[in-house]
Ligand binder design. Structure first.
Ligand SMILES: [Zn+2]
Length: 217
């Protein structure tokens, strides 16, 4: 199964990506991991990307695409993959087609994890991070025993700037603006499946697996 996972910040995409990839025994390929791997491994592409990042510039599309291409050429991706964070634009979607075409393969499905805005704000704005160990707590869903103090290490908790409600709403606006064209593109090709991603993590995973099963093997 060749799958692309999309969804707004706060949809639980990272967590679901792990569970789904595990269940179908396919590699989870995220652009974040690819970037970190190339940069820390000191590959030519990694060095190139680092030059841009150090200068505070965006890494050009062709560098990102080349990294994704290299990753998809690896043996473990021959049985399929779950892509997270790529493609982000219609241009990148065409690049992905071209890469897969080279490998005589095609994308099977794009799964869109749908969460309404109020729920995203509730999930993200309740997050509190530990200054010392980095653990993420949630004032509503996973509160520490003593408010403001990490159960694990006794460190002080803080509210990340990115997680304040106004910032979350802004991040959502940016996400929708950037991603809507991509979602419409895949919808037009009848490759998009939207799925309700509200509710407990295990329930969402279960729904996703049931929905994706027909596309596996
Ligand atoms: Zn801690």
């Amino acid at each position: 199964m060749r799958l692309v996972l999309v969804g707004p910040p706060g949809a639980g995409k990272g967590t679901q990506a792990e569970f789904i990839a595990d269940h179908f025994a396919i590699p989870k390929i995220s652009t974040g991991d690819i970037f970190r791997g190339n940069v820390s491994g000191g590959s030519d592409l990694g060095k190139l990307a680092k030059k841009y990042m150090d200068a505070g510039d965006l890494v050009p599309d062709e560098v990102t695409v080349a990294m994704v291409r290299e990753r998809l050429a690896e043996d473990d991706a021959k049985v399929g993959f779950l892509l997270d964070g790529f493609p982000r634009t219609i241009g990148q979607a065409h690049e992905l087609d071209a890469i897969l075409n080279e490998f005589d393969a095609a994308l099977d499905i794009v799964l869109d994890l749908e969460v309404d805005n109020d729920e995203v704000v509730r999930r993200l704005s309740g997050r509190r991070l530990c200054k010392r160990c980095g653990h993420v707590w949630h004032v509503e869903f996973d509160p520490p025993k003593v408010p403001g103090i990490c159960d694990k290490c006794g460190g002080e908790l803080y509210h990340r700037d990115d997680d304040y409600p106004d910032t979350v709403r802004h991040r959502l606006d940016v996400y929708v603006r950037q991603t809507r064209p991509l979602i419409e593109f895949y919808n037009g090709r009848e490759q998009l499946v939207g799925m309700d991603a509200h509710g407990p993590v295990e329930d969402v995973t279960e729904r996703a697996i049931a929905l994706l099963a027909p596309f596996a093997g």
